[in-house]
Design a protein around this ligand. Structure first.
Ligand code: PLP
Length: 362
């Protein structure tokens, strides 16, 4: 099986797995200890959490703190529902191509909802008009469906000038490119070769949030609940590795991208080719029956759109936002590749996909 779905999730790095095993087993059989307990095994587990926290924090800009959460979805919800301006009734402005964790959450609240349009490349205006009364602006750094890299530094400045907080979903950016500056940032371990079930929320010093989850007041009261040392250690190891390998991974992905463009010559790239994370190839071919393609190409794991949206039966909101017709949206597939993808994997996958597409007579 060839795995080309790196935006849905990434393979667990062996280094992250090894770091986790220590806290699932433990040489003294005490790896299961509660990191919030004051006894020796508890303090050892707490030290592992502290080390992981340092390693994850090193991915972020200075001037803030991180809080572990159960996912990026939880981190994003915590900010959107818990930040002071939203609780005071201010409006929320989000880009039209935000992940559902942001878009649906903002939409579900009674606060006024404003959408920041994107152009046909998938880019938000770097100086967006922010409506009067908006107190929170959310724009993602890298899009999960079409890989667009947004001009977040400028958008953050525009939000600040409008007196709003700026939230950045950096899930698809973290570990790949330096994370942008914002007031609040969310990332997820499983998108950077760490384990599922853990994310991180970074908050600029001075930003206050009402917690979404209350209880034992762990994580500075922002997110109650016993931390998993194994998940934290896996996240920390993955973050450290991503930091060390950022340039090598990026170089490898550029080589894969160049190869992929060659192999999928004759397909149309959805979204910007330049302002894009090149580990994402979202392409379409007129007349393509994607469901049939996916059932014919069984040895390649790829996506018919966002993995988060697929299964919902709804056409991709992101592809619609960049102006694709419903027909073109349905003709699109997403291939995601990265650190562990070989050039030969891409060649083999492209041969299978192109053969299956040609068999449809298109
Ligand atoms: N934001 C983006 C851009 C994503 O790609 C995802 C996952 O698909 C999420 C948020 C949600 O992350 P998690 O799986 O940690 O809840």
């Amino acid at each position: 099986m060839i795995y080309l779905d790196y935006q849905a999730t990434t393979p667990l790095a062996p280094e992250a797995r090894d770091a986790m095993m220590r806290w699932l087993e433990g040489p003294d059989g005490m790896g299961f200890a509660n990191p919030h307990s004051p006894h020796r095994p508890g303090r050892q587990a707490a030290a592992a959490v502290d080390l992981a926290r340092e390693r994850v924090a090193a991915l972020f800009p200075s001037g803030g703190k991180i809080y572990f959460t159960g996912s990026a979805t939880e981190a994003l919800n915590t900010v959107i529902r818990g930040c002071e301006p939203v609780r005071a009734g201010a409006g929320i402005a989000v880009s039209a191509i935000e992940h559902a964790a942001v878009w649906d959450t903002a939409r579900s609240l009674s606060n006024s909802f404003h959408e920041l349009a994107v152009d046909t490349e998938g880019l938000v205006d770097p100086e967006p008009a922010i409506a009067e009364g908006v107190g929170l602006v959310a724009v993602m750094q890298v899009n999960n469906e079409i890989g667009t890299i947004q001009p977040v530094a400028q958008i953050a400045r525009a939000a600040k000038a409008a007196g709003a907080l700026f939230l950045c979903d950096a899930v698809q950016a973290a570990g790949r490119i330096p994370i942008a500056h914002a007031d609040a940032i969310a990332i997820s371990a499983h998108k950077l070769h760490g384990p599922k079930g853990i994310g991180a929320l970074w908050l600029r010093d001075g930003i206050e949030l009402a917690p979404l989850i209350t209880g034992g007041a762990q994580e500075g009261g922002i997110r109650s609940g016993t931390l998993s040392p194994a998940l934290c250690a896996g996240f920390g190891a993955a973050a450290k590795l991503a930091q060390e390998r950022m340039q090598a991974d990026a170089d490898h992905i550029e080589a894969l991208w160049a190869k992929a463009l060659d192999l999928f010559d004759g397909w149309t790239v959805n979204g910007s080719a330049d302002a894009r994370w090149h580990g994402n190839l979202n392409v379409r071919r007129d007349g393509l029956d994607v469901a049939r393609l996916m059932s014919d190409v069984r040895n390649v794991a790829f996506s018919a759109g966002s993995a988060c949206a697929s299964g919902s039966g709804k056409p991709s909101r992101v592809l619609q936002a960049i102006g694709l017709s419903d027909k073109h949206v349905k003709n699109s597939i997403r291939l995601g590749f990265g650190r562990y993808t070989g050039l030969d994997d891409l060649e083999e996958a492209a041969a299978a996909i192109n053969a299956a597409a040609s068999a449809q007579g298109i």
